[in-house]
Design a protein around this ligand. Structure first.
Ligand code: FES
Ligand code: FES
Length: 161
């Protein structure tokens, strides 16, 4: 049996019929076609599936799609401006080499965005704590921390949201 859901996904409203057992991450990837949200573990540990739900960073493998009916979602595909200009955080990762394979990067950026909403000028320790639910197996984290610090500085000097 399928259930109708309607969501606002990266600013656009859409309706779909989904099975009750469909995880949100699979809805995003397989139904909506937004494959920037990754599946790294399926056990709620890696954070590769992090998205924004009603403005909060959540792991989309921990929710069913039917649970987000009527809510607003942002994925990594919704971070850049409509003309393709990268968000300051994305620029930060590009400039500071905050990625290697890139698998963890969408989740890192979405988590970092929420962190900076809670604390616009975090210390290095606060950044490390803030992304402690997101795992990276390539970088050793140092450049990720520097990327987020660079993004924080750029966001403080602009009106980027
Ligand atoms: Fe969701 Fe790893 S796939 S936390
Ligand atoms: Fe490869 Fe983070 S850049 S997992």
């Amino acid at each position: 049996m399928k259930h109708k859901i309607s969501v606002t996904l990266n600013g656009r409203r859409r309706e779909d019929e989904v099975e009750a057992r469909l995880l949100l991450v699979h809805y995003l990837r397989d139904v909506a076609g937004l494959t920037g949200t990754h599946v790294g573990c399926d056990t709620s540990q890696c954070g590769a599936c992090t998205i924004h739900l009603e403005g909060k960073a959540v792991k989309s493998c921990t929710l069913f799609a039917v649970q987000v009916d009527g809510q607003e979602i942002r994925t990594i595909e919704g971070m850049a401006a409509a003309d393709g200009t990268l968000h300051a955080l994305q620029e930060g990762f590009r400039e500071m080499h905050g990625l290697q394979c890139g698998f963890c990067t969408p989740g890192m950026i979405l988590r970092a965005y929420r962190l900076l909403q809670e604390n616009s000028n975090p210390s290095e320790d606060e950044i490390r704590l803030g992304i402690s639910g997101n795992l990276c197996r390539c970088t050793g984290y140092q450049n990720i921390v520097q990327s987020i610090a660079a993004g924080a500085k750029a966001m403080a000097n602009s009106d980027l949201a």
